[in-house]
Design a protein around this ligand. Sequence first.
Ligand code: FAD
Ligand code: MG
Ligand code: MG
Ligand code: MG
Ligand code: MG
Length: 549
Amino acid sequence: PDNLPIAEVFIDDDDCEAKKQNKDKPKLVVLGGGWGGIALLKSLNPDDYHVTVISPTNYFLFTPMLPSATVGTLEFRSLVEPIRRILSRVNGHFIRAKAEDVHFSDKLVEVSQVDSEGKEVRFYVPYDKLVIAVGSVTNPHGVKGLDNAFFLKDINDARKIRNQVIRNLEVACLPTTSDDERKRLLSFVVSGGGPTGVEFAAEMYDLLNEDLTRHFPRLLRNEISVHLIQSRSHILNTYDETVSKYAEDRFARDQVEVLTNSRVKEVCPDKIVFTQKQPDGTLVTKELPAGFVLWSTGVSQTALCQKLAKKLGDVQSNRHALETDTHLRLNGTPLGDVYAIGDCSTVQNNVADHIITFLRTLAWKHGKDPEILQLHFNDWRQVAHDVKKRFPQSVNHLKRLDKLFAEFDKDQSGTLDFGELRELLNQIDSKLTSLPATAQRAHQQGCYLAQKLNKLAHLSEGLSANDIRDGDLDAAAYKAFEYHHLGSLAYIGNSAVFDLGEGWSVAGGLWAVYAWRSVYFAQSVSFRTRCLLAMDWAKRGLFGRDLMS
Ligand code: FAD
Ligand code: MG
Ligand code: MG
Ligand code: MG
Ligand code: MG
């Protein structure tokens, strides 16, 4: 690397006795203070590592509530928590800067920040263990005019949205505004039928219905419109069919227009242009006047991760995320040096390998040679069950597991031989989606890694930093990561999809949902945040939303 200064010693290293004691501990550097990074910090033992978090934002953002902040249901500050406050438990250090590169062989992170004179400064931060948890960025899908659209990723985005929504409402009320212009200003378009888009549309609808009639009596309900544009044939298409059907029915009833099979071509300052596929397969170009467009069509890799993947070469073959092994170690780096968690990463599935091992054991139990194993349909059911249990987020893609058996039994013998089976498994492997980009997953991975690092620190007591680096120790000392899917409801909790059948029905709409959610997320949220949220809810219940910008 270049000759940049190395940050060996931190100015707060001698701040207090506890920090002094950690000075010579192995250096654990965490890139990113989001769901993954924070979960890790919250489960890490206080005295085992010299901890440093590097992130351009100095707060943790509670993303599941972000859509409600955009319409004034919640206060922005209720959704964030200072990283320094969280770090104090582990006597850690914070550097507000952006990671630009990692020099794996020298174990240095290259970071950049703008100094007080507006000049970019760069330096290195050395690590013994590095955790990459930098999340993802909004996917632009190469669409024109996105500078006319709004995004919803962080608190500044939410603030901008709130200001624009309120501005539109106020301008619409001016006596000089024409009827057409008023309709345009009050046309809210959401592009993307995933959970964020659906949730925002639902919040928007609630705002327009609950508060608008109270504060903006001039704006007639039938002049306001909410539209949701989705490229697939259904919204929430990666979720259970029942969930997606429920949300669609609900929107239909609430007069939120859902435009499916539609692809946005351009976002103009006053309208959105899209093509819609007709039932006969032809494409029709349409336009919709829009006073506000939210762009929320999925996530893609950050520049840092793209750079690292390229640098690591062929071992990194996934275009969407950094690949790790099942112990969350970044593929292609010295074993046990570098981990990746959360949205920026994916765990290699290897379901085929896993099942082949499973079958070998099965064959071995029956005293048979696996190569001559014949798998009956009933055995297959068992295997299919195992796959579904391990990859519950992929059930939609695996719905036809039963049918696959017949398809791959080429000689129609009613059994699969080893070759047929291997082919079938390879197909499943390629169809399995990677782990979902959710707070749920990032949180689980952060906790897993903290527990592993805790254990490693104790195993290595008396060993040098070099031994701690030993990757085999890492794998032997701790089990592989296993994802536990807590169901779609743990994610899409808004009223649009909440009161599903099977006893899930909850009265009270969004408020019950948020209460439920804050319980669900209680483990990752501090007492301070919970108090602030509770006050917001009470305030909103008593006085309505704050419609100020
Ligand atoms: P993040 O939480 O995004 O954290 C990334 C961190 O890295 C940030 O601190 C960022 O500042 C920092 N960073 C970025 N670049 C760099 C760099 N170069 N160097 C150093 N630091 C960097 N999930 C759910 O499970 N349930 C929900 O209800 C839900 N609702 C959501 C609503 C919205 C509006 C959004 C946007 C997301 C929602 N998600 C939800 C998804 C969830 O927020 C993400 O899956 C989760 O944040 C991923 O955690 P992470 O730690 O990987 O990344
Ligand atoms: Mg993170
Ligand atoms: Mg959400
Ligand atoms: Mg993210
Ligand atoms: Mg056969």
